[in-house]
Design a binder for this molecule. Structure first.
Ligand SMILES: Nc1ncnc2c1ncn2[C@@H]1O[C@H](COP(=O)(O)OP(=O)(O)OP(=O)(O)O)[C@@H](O)[C@H]1O
Length: 529
């Protein structure tokens, strides 16, 4: 029985449930540094690029990290350029979205590929559900994800979630926890980029009084606090190399030792770790231990970015509308045509579902009938271009409104610090009194880029760079600085000290305003502080 006809490949088998039938693609690299290589990749979607997280990796500097997407649609092969730097051609014609013929040549940068669909059918399980925990999605990538999560949630397996910012990694962790046998135990969230290396060990494993200078009290670490439950280690790629063996030991022995103690303590904790980067690439660069990587990636989970599943947008928007109204049976507010226009976003949703959510909440709060694209053009002026009026809707729940303000404030702050320092990440972090990781995190979240390709500042070393693209926020905070924006770094630091909103996230947590409901930026637990 055919249940759905999306990409011509979804079928319902009475005994096997919903599944996706797809093919493999034979790829021959016909030009470029890897010319001559022949390989096979499995559908339905194949990411091609120089990034190590692509299914087809081309080591060619002219190929963007995520250059294009090949999508099998029935008997057809669709080629989608994913905002590559040097563009994509099909048979010599530059394309953004096109169907390839069986003998087509796909050009990307200095490389070219010849593709051939292999007729053998590959079947992949799909979930019949359009949600999993707090995650919503009906697209093939999301149904594949749900099928995997349904399978592993009830196990004790350690999970590594990889994906861009705002794709729902934390929602995955929370859903795995609530669907597991540990659901009655604690769910702890810890952001490894939130504190400096010096305090990280104590945060994770705790310490005894006198364990080090300044340790005036006993301290329970996150591992112990999560005993019997799940510990979500966000930004795991930020864990310093010297602490990695300790985490490995904790995972292997399910015990931890507090700083200043000798006796190990039991910590029966399921770990779900997440990262915005490719952890495998970090291993290659020598920044992450291989043995720890394999311990964490027992079940690797990749979060598809929103640009790869635009068909989910209407469902997501309706979901956010209901949450915004606070009722499951709340009426649809935005017209269908607006939802269609949101699918045709002029930029590839750099903040992913978080950006979409903020956009929806902004439209509802301000009563806008149109997605505010015009306000999204990159800002070209200096720091004073940050609008000084914050559109606030006092009808919003307090924590939602505050989360909006905080998000906008952090973005404005980081932008200003970057401008003050000639876009030097290290210096910006220094004058703000936070770590580089914090600045990079805010940049990633808001699509503030130092490089042309938009891959964030990684690898850029935080040095100066040409005119950065500043992706604007859904709402803007008051300019965080006085009009004389040329304040010296020290002045900015003093200013920063007076603004606890900025400093809260700099320490990796935000004040709790009632239970976490997933709105806006993350609320971090602050246990033990
Ligand atoms: N599939 C989804 N369905 C519903 N809401 C989603 C989905 N994905 C993300 N969201 C919403 O988007 C926002 C960001 O999600 P989340 O914090 O889980 O992302 P993340 O990948 O952990 O981001 P970061 O890398 O910045 O930590 C939250 O408000 C969340 O509720």
């Amino acid at each position: 029985m055919v249940l759905m006809k999306d990409w011509n490949t979804w079928t319902m088998e009475a005994d096997r449930g919903l599944e996706l039938r797809t093919h493999k693609i034979r790829v021959e690299v016909s030009r470029g540094p890897m010319a001559g290589i022949v390989t096979e990749v499995m559908g339905p979607e194949v990411r091609v690029g120089s990034g190590k997280d692509c299914e087809l990796v081309l080591e060619d500097p002219t190929v963007s990290r995520h250059h294009l997407l090949l999508r099998i649609e029935g008997d057809l092969l669709r080629v989608l350029d994913t905002s590559s730097r040097n563009g994509t051609t099909v048979d010599g014609v530059r394309i953004r979205d096109a169907y390839a013929r069986p003998d087509s040549t796909i050009g990307l940068g200095a490389s070219a590929l010849r593709l051939q669909m292999i007729r053998d059918v590959v079947t992949l399980p799909l979930s019949s559900s359009t949600h999993f925990g707090g995650l919503v999605g009906a697209s093939v990538p999301m149904r594949r994800l749900f099928a995997l999560l349904e399978k592993i949630a009830g196990t004790h397996a350690t999970v590594l979630v990889e994906g861009e910012t705002g794709t729902g990694k934390e929602l995955v962790a929370a859903a795995i926890h609530t669907k597991s046998k540990r659901a009655s135990g604690p769910f702890m969230v810890f952001d490894c980029s939130s504190v400096g290396a010096g305090v990280l060990e104590s945060e994770l494993f705790g310490h005894r009084r006198g364990g080090f200078t300044g340790a005036t009290e006993h301290r329970v670490g996150r591992f112990e606090a999560a005993h019997g439950g799940t510990l979500f280690l966000d930004e795991i790629g930020e864990l310093p190399l010297e602490l990695q063996p300790k985490l490995l030991r904790a995972l292997e022995t399910r015990t931890i030792t507090r700083i200043g103690e000798n006796e190990p303590r039991r910590a029966d904790v399921r770990i779900v770790a997440a990262t915005n980067r490719s952890l495998a690439a970090e291993v290659e660069r020598g920044r992450f231990r291989e043995d720890l990587y394999y311990r964490l990636a027992v079940v690797p989970v990749r979060m598809p970015p929103l640009r790869e599943r635009l068909d989910d947008i209407p469902l997501l928007v309706r979901h956010f509308e209901k949450e915004w109204q606070g009722r499951k049976d709340a009426p649809a507010l935005l017209p269908n045509e607006v939802l269609e226009r949101m699918k045709a976003h002029p930029r590839p949703w750099p903040g992913n579902v978080r950006e979409l959510r903020n956009k929806v909440e902004m439209m509802l709060s301000l009563g806008l009938a149109e997605p505010p694209w015009a306000a999204e053009e990159p800002e070209t002026a200096g720091p004073m271009s940050v609008p000084s009026v914050l559109p606030v809707n006092l009808e919003l729940p307090l924590h939602v409104g505050l989360a909006h303000v905080e998000t906008a404030y952090k973005r404005a702050y980081v932008e200003r610090a970057l401008r003050e320092t000639g876009f030097n990440v290290s210096q910006a972090a220094k004058i703000a009194g936070v770590g580089r990781a914090f600045v990079q995190r805010v940049m990633r979240k808001h699509g503030i880029r130092l490089s042309e390709e938009g891959g964030g500042p990684e690898g850029g070393g935080g040095g100066a760079s040409p005119a950065p693209a500043l992706a604007p926020p859904p709402v803007s905070a008051p300019s965080p600085a006085p009009a004389s924006a040329s304040a010296a770094g020290h002045g900015l630091y003093q200013w920063y000290r007076k603004h606890p909103l900025a400093s809260s996230e700099a320490r990796g947590w935000t004040e709790g305003f009632g239970p976490r409901n997933g709105h806006g930026p993350k609320r971090r637990d602050e246990g033990g502080r």
